[in-house]
Design a binder for this molecule. Structure first.
Ligand SMILES: [Cu+2]
Length: 482
């Protein structure tokens, strides 16, 4: 395992305690680094459901117990850590992955400190291979005392799987968490298509952009959002989701997929407004003395943060990012804006005429071997429903669509749900990116693609599989080659 000493130095340099702290609270760069970077050899994050990693789950159980035992005023306590997410978490924008990686590293450093176990590493919940909660999380008691990994109020009971909790919701868990969908997510060729899109208006690194909505890409929109809703209870609500100890294992698996995607040769975002962005004093240091700044580009390489995944050993090569600047392309090709927001009910059609040129381009993209472009539908300006537990299936050009058309229909393109609460969204600020490329290819092969229009169709459903008849407002639908 080689670690680039250069990147390590860069990380050390930029992870500084805010200068607003008094001198007595200022830590030297090297001690901050020692706390956050861990030590050599690197910690290994292992699968919580791998029987040989049972000790990792036991260590996590003890770390959670220790954090729950701290007074709430300690910035490392379980409640304080959860409130960091409530107060700072970015969702549905391009800081989603780096912010949650830094959050996991902070938790890991605190756990290592509290346990006196430098090897402490957060395990991950690989929902692709194991659709139940890991067994250590479902019993109220453990060895005669309260189990710190249990959390009351979950929708998902001890015998449930993501399949059984999502099926009534009209969602096929295999379509969301199955290897086929994960492979499709991993085949994204730009960072934003993989890890969610920036707010289109962002033109600097002002800290206010951290919480401004961009557009959720498939990784966030499907496995991320649906596991939150599927586990349910606090997990379904971004203000309190980290109260449930499964939260960190869920995010650890998303982080593992990001690492895997990078190690497969995909570079991160080259834009300086991503790379140079600073999460200001978001993350507590292991000794609880202060909270540190973290710069996005310093989160890119797990090895520099002191950990590796058991599935992704190897040296990452993402230095190419700066050479691989993607020229910003004009995105809008087909755009439909609704003067009054359109409200969806049952199965609602949004047909748009397309030029011959655009139809030709979309087929070229769909059949290209290189996959350097995608045809993506952006569903923008969405106001979520008042209730939790609503999802929307997206279909393309289906002539016989009804609310019960299944997701294995060739016209199906993807799903989105609402991991939001009133504190985390305002009117019309949600946006979802649905990759249409595979659906277009399928329909073209079966001669089911209309020659002059794309009809994006939205089907809202409730958790008990009924057509949702409340309002979900849509501001705009844009179809673009990106
Ligand atoms: Cu999350």
């Amino acid at each position: 395992m080689r670690i680039s000493s250069l990147s390590r130095r860069c990380f050390v340099k930029s992870l500084v305690v805010s200068s607003t702290l008094s001198a007595t609270h200022t830590l030297s760069a090297s001690s901050v680094a020692a706390q956050v970077l861990g030590r050599s050899p690197l910690k290994v994050r292992r699968s919580a459901t791998d029987p040989s990693a049972a000790d990792a789950v036991e260590m996590y159980r003890e770390a959670v117990r220790a954090m729950k035992a701290l007074p709430d005023s300690d910035i490392r306590s379980w409640g304080s850590l959860s409130r960091i997410h409530r107060d700072f978490c970015p969702h549905h924008n391009w800081y989603f992955l780096p912010w949650h990686r830094a959050y996991l590293v902070a938790l890991e450093s605190i756990g290592a400190e509290l346990l006196g176990e430098p090897d402490f590493a957060v395990p991950y919940w690989d929902w692709t291979s194991y659709r139940q909660l890991p067994p250590q999380f479902v019993q109220e008691q453990h060895q005669g005392v309260e189990n710190p990994l249990f959390h009351s109020g979950r929708r998902m009971g001890p015998n449930d799987t993501l399949t059984t909790v999502l099926m009534p919701f009209g969602v096929d868990a295999e379509q969301i968490f199955g290897q086929g969908n994960i492979d499709d997510i991993l085949s994204a060729d730009t960072f934003q298509l993989f890890g969610s899109f920036k707010n289109a208006g962002q033109n600097d690194t002002d800290p206010s952009w951290q919480r401004r909505r961009g557009t959720g890409a498939k990784l966030e929109r499907e496995p991320h959002d649906y596991a939150h809703g599927g586990v349910g209870g606090d997990m379904g609500n971004p203000s309190v989701s980290p109260n449930d100890p499964i939260f960190y294992l869920h995010h650890c698996n998303l982080d593992r997929l990001w690492d895997f995607w990078n190690k497969a040769g995909n570079p991160n975002e080259a834009d300086v407004n991503w790379r140079d962005f600073v999460f200001v004093q978001n993350f507590p240091l292991a000794d609880g003395s202060a909270s540190a700044d973290v710069t996005v580009s310093d989160t890119e390489v797990p090895e520099n943060l002191g950990f590796v995944y058991d599935t992704g050993l190897g040296v990452v090569n993402i230095g190419a990012a700066s050479q691989n600047v993607l020229s910003p392309q004009p995105r809008t090709l087909l755009q439909q804006t609704f003067a009054q927001q359109a409200s969806i009910a049952a199965a609602t059609d949004f047909p748009q005429l397309a030029t011959e040129e655009f139809m030709a381009l979309s087929q070229e993209v769909a059949f290209s071997q290189e996959r350097t472009q995608r045809i993506v539908a952006f569903v923008n300006g969405v106001t979520p429903p008042d209730e939790l537990g609503i999802g929307v299936r997206v279909f393309l050009n289906c002539p016989y669509l009804t609310p019960v058309t299944p997701v294995d229909d060739p016209h199906y393109a993807g799903s989105f749900t609402f991991f939001v609460d009133s504190e985390h969204s305002s009117h019309g600020d949600l946006s979802f990116a649905i990759d249409l490329t595979n659906t277009i290819r399928r329909l073209a092969l079966e001669n089911e693609l209309d020659s002059d229009q794309f009809n994006v169709q939205l089907v809202p459903l409730t958790y008990d599989g009924q057509v949702y008849d409340g309002a979900i407002e849509i501001g705009e639908i844009e179809i673009a080659a990106i």
